[in-house]
Design a protein around this ligand. Sequence first.
Ligand code: CP
Ligand code: NVA
Length: 308
Amino acid sequence: MLKPIKLANKNFLSSLDSSREELLHILEIAKNFKNKDLNIEPKDKVLGLIFDKSSTRTRVSFQVAMSRLGGTTVDLNPTTSQIGRGEPIRDTARVLSRYCDVLAIRTFKQSDLEEYAKWSSKPVINALTDLEHPCQAMADFMTIKEEFADFKNVVLTFIGDGNNVANSLILCGALLGVEVRIACPKGYEPNPLVIKKAYEIHNNKNFLKISNEPDTAVLGANVLYTDVWSSMGEENQKEKKEKDFNRFTIDSNLVKKADKNAIILHCLPAYRNKEITEEVLESKKSRIFEQAENRMHVQQALLSCLLA
Ligand code: CP
Ligand code: NVA
């Protein structure tokens, strides 16, 4: 019977905190949870959620995943805890990790997340930072695996802002051997260190292509993926970004240029007729809601491994 293995790393702060084998193991465990072939009950374990930004999917999927494992969740609202009044992360982390068995944190700076991990005696999970969204990427690749069975020969084209979601797709894609193409407006390219790291993992420049041309980036692609143009915390840049991204909508013309069996992904929330048209979002090719469901299965798998 398949059992969650203990991960080599205590934390999950980045896609690179797991090895390729561990990532494949988590995807396998997630499939078993989804098919109800696995029943693990870390009874009495408590997940602490610290969210400095809004969330629907990540918050609720973590809560339900933990409850499915037989554990409970404490959802800390920074505005009603001392976090919002400026209590240092090093104090918060030392206290909360005495109460909780694992912490999932959504915040702005990756360095703040790392500060939590440094002072927490329990595992810390990245529930989204400005730099990465690794739990999202795991659910994305689970959805891709359900569709194509094998990652070999899959081309994933991301059209949009090269920030957190794109960075994690690049890193996760590199670990899993998936060709990732990013098409973004000039000035919105993914993090250079992420690109460098992906090239080191692949050792093959053809597996990662960054361009400013959506029309060529989608040619023959099996997966088209997009994300909001203005991320959380960027509300004051909305007007400028809408101008900068106006050639970067996934619409039916762009979809026609991809492989005929291509699927459409979006991490959600979606802004219709901005980064994606209503027609494409609601089309038969869309796997967006399967993808959202898979957040819960991969996080249940990740929690079971971190608590093993
Ligand atoms: N995709 C995602 O992380 O959604 P939430 O912001 O609702 O958690
Ligand atoms: N890039 C988006 C992802 C939302 C899930 C943001 O950071 O707001």
